[in-house]
Design a protein around this ligand. Structure first.
Ligand code: CUA
Length: 176
């Protein structure tokens, strides 16, 4: 700084410099965040692919609502059931299933997100409107199991209960 420079000039020069640095760092931050976002999106797509809903997952709401069929046999020791969550109950309930058989639950919702969880088992799947998810489980002991909703779905969420009754049956046949 020369002798002729006034304190005002010094202050003005200081602010000009600070603004320049501030602008530079803002630009650096924007560039870094953009790279981070692009990189994250790239690796998510690279790892999981782009997931598009296909017709295979879609179901007619009228068909979804019709659970009058209940449990249907699909194999020698296999059954399937359409399980529907709605405000605020699970249908069908109570559901009777045989012990020792593979039960496939096709789970969906007619309104909002619900969480299909059966206490004392590993069954835990989200019920999504317009989409059917499937989970297969074999109940090895007879008894009554509670279905609860583990996805907050409104004022009666905590009362959204269902029941599965596992009827005692012969142990599955073992072929030598
Ligand atoms: Cu249904 Cu919470």
């Amino acid at each position: 700084m020369s002798d002729s420079a006034q304190p005002d000039d010094f202050e003005a020069a200081f602010h000009r410099s600070a603004e320049r640095h501030e602008r530079a760092w803002v630009m650096v931050s924007i560039v870094l965040l953009t790279l981070l976002l692009a990189g994250t999106m790239f690796f998510v797509v690279f790892d999981y692919g782009v997931i598009v809903r296909t017709e295979g997952f879609r179901r007619d709401p009228a068909v979804l609502a019709d659970t009058s069929q209940g449990l249907v046999q699909t194999g020698p020791n296999a059954y399937a059931v359409q399980m529907v969550g709605h405000l605020w109950a699970w249908t069908p309930s109570p559901l009777h299933v045989p012990q020792g058989a593979a039960i496939t639950f096709h789970v969906t919702s007619t309104d909002v997100l619900h969480g299909f969880q059966v206490q004392g088992t590993t069954i835990n799947i989200t019920a999504v409107p317009g989409v059917t998810g499937a989970v297969t489980y074999t109940f090895s002991r007879p008894g009554t199991f509670n279905i609860i909703c583990n996805e907050f779905c409104g004022i009666e969420h905590q009362a959204m209960l269902g029941r599965i009754v596992v009827d005692p049956g012969p142990p599955p046949k073992v072929t030598p």
